[in-house]
Design a protein around this ligand. Structure first.
Ligand code: ARG
Length: 462
């Protein structure tokens, strides 16, 4: 059994079961880079403030740099019998440079150390989420541009409602993902705060310079209250919450990709390279990727619930419960990043069945609202017009006809205001292009939204 760095006040060795139960090294070892980066900053600050000598600091910093390189080259296996990544690295440091290594932990606790590590980690994750979301938004914009002229049925209640451009439908998702980008950006503002120096909970008696450490690690701010600093997990909860919302958007889109691939819809076909087969049914080609996107949304929701439940009863300040924040956060980050990456690669792999979409766009009396609007323009009150067209639709259903099959005389029988200028209102493309209200589906509006989306994206990428 390895000697613990905190062994001093203990007579008996730790029970093996306790060691296993309390260890986090098997999941927090992924933080090694941030832990070492934070330790180097801390050590330089200690020397800067003359709390340790510059000689000692150089030795420590150099050894930490070597440990980092060795871990990266796979040369050092972190001691799994150490509780966590902090202990494992400190132990390795002391093994390499002896007692001097023991000076690193001056004016610091693992409580503020893990708080710093997670903030450093979260900064990277948020930046990666931003990049991946921009890739996805670009893929959506490109797909919208490619299909700018394609009309499909728009749905409410999953029933045919009014014709819309496929590009409009796609740009709706672009809006959702651009709000998600904003959300991740806003979380960064609150995550990007430097807690090291808060020590165990109360701050430290050493004359440290937290602002120096913050500048060194490129944090714009230092935490304001040491007790809050070691127990705050808000920014992780916010990350899981923004991720849950983002995955909800992904899942809605995934659901559509799944139903659009069915023989009943036949709107799209996802390329073979993004589908899987069945072990028993030879004919099958399944949309497993969007299904798993929908499924993984559930685990991201679960992670958010875990964190909220984990923290709700904790007295100030640090409690070991907080160690349990890592797996839900890591799992969320891994899931979100993988999903976003795959979704932007999947979109260009979709073949759109243009004929089928257009054909279905006119089915199910999707032009009924436009016919009612026509009567309104002729001076008929909307409620009356709605009722009249309802009767026309009922007639068509009984007669198994479409609105566009009706003659002017037949229409006139329902209301005298019908005239020969009604026919453009029964033409799908003119109906779409007349919806010119802000955010409407008219080609001109959708082109405008694509242009503005591109502009925003370019600006964000600068
Ligand atoms: N592994 C711990 C965590 O993740 C680090 C802090 C431990 N602090 C302590 N006093 N036991 O929260």
């Amino acid at each position: 059994m390895a000697e613990k760095l905190w062994q001093g006040r203990f007579d008996q060795p730790t029970n093996k079961l306790v060691e296993d139960y309390t260890a986090s090294i098997h999941f927090d070892s992924r933080l090694y880079r941030y832990d070492i980066e934070g330790s180097i900053a801390h050590c330089r600050m200690l020397a800067q403030c003359e709390i340790i000598s510059h000689d000692d600091a150089s030795k420590i910093v150099e050894a930490l740099g070597e440990i980092l390189r060795d871990i990266e080259r796979g040369k050092v296996l972190l001691d799994a019998s150490q509780e966590d990544i902090h202990m494992a690295i400190e132990k390795e440091l002391i093994a390499r440079i002896g007692e001097t290594g023991g000076k690193l932990h001056t004016a610091r606790s693992r409580n503020d150390q893990i708080a710093l590590d997670m903030r450093l980690y979260m900064r990277d994750v948020l930046a990666m989420c931003g990049t991946r979301l921009r890739e996805l938004r670009r893929a959506l914009i490109e797909m919208a541009e490619k299909n700018i002229d394609l009309i499909m049925p728009g749905f409410t209640h999953l029933q045919h409602a009014q014709p819309v451009l496929l590009a409009h439908h796609l740009m709706a998702y672009h809006e959702m993902f651009s709000r998600d980008s904003e959300r991740f950006g806003e979380i960064l503002r609150r995550a990007n705060v430097m807690p090291l120096g808060s020590a165990a909970l109360a701050g430290t008696t050493f004359p440290i310079d937290m602002e120096w450490t913050a500048r060194y690690l490129k944090f714009p701010r230092v935490t304001a209250n040491s007790m809050d600093a070691v127990s705050d997990r808000d920014y992780l909860i916010e990350f899981c919450s923004a991720s849950a919302i983002m995955m909800m958007h992904v899942s809605r889109m995934a659901e559509e990709l799944i139903i659009w691939s069915t023989p009943e819809f036949r709107f799209i076909e996802i390329s073979d390279s993004f589908c899987t087969g069945s072990s028993i049914m030879p004919q099958k080609k399944n949309p497993d990727v969007p299904e798993l996107m929908r499924g993984k949304t559930g685990r991201v929701y679960g992670n958010l619930t875990s964190l909220l439940t984990l923290t709700k009863g904790l007295p100030l300040a640090y409690n070991r419960d907080l160690q349990e924040d890592k797996e839900p956060v890591f799992d969320t980050a891994d899931t979100v990043l993988m999903t976003l990456r795959l979704l932007s690669k999947l979109l260009p792999e979709i073949r759109v069945n243009r004929e089928r979409m257009l054909q279905m766009a006119g089915r199910g009396f999707t032009l009924a609202t436009d016919v009612a609007d026509y009567l309104v323009r002729k001076g008929v009150p909307f409620r009356k017009a709605h009722h009249v067209v309802g009767q026309v639709v009922q007639f068509c259903i009984r007669d198994q006809r479409e609105l566009s099959d009706l003659t002017l005389d037949e229409l006139k029988a329902f209301h005298k205001a019908f005239d020969s200028d009604v026919f453009p209102f029964l033409e799908i493309s003119s109906v779409v292009d007349r919806r010119t209200s802000i955010g409407g589906t008219a080609t001109s509006r959708v082109e405008e939204s694509i242009l503005s989306a591109r502009g925003r994206l370019d600006a964000e990428e600068k």
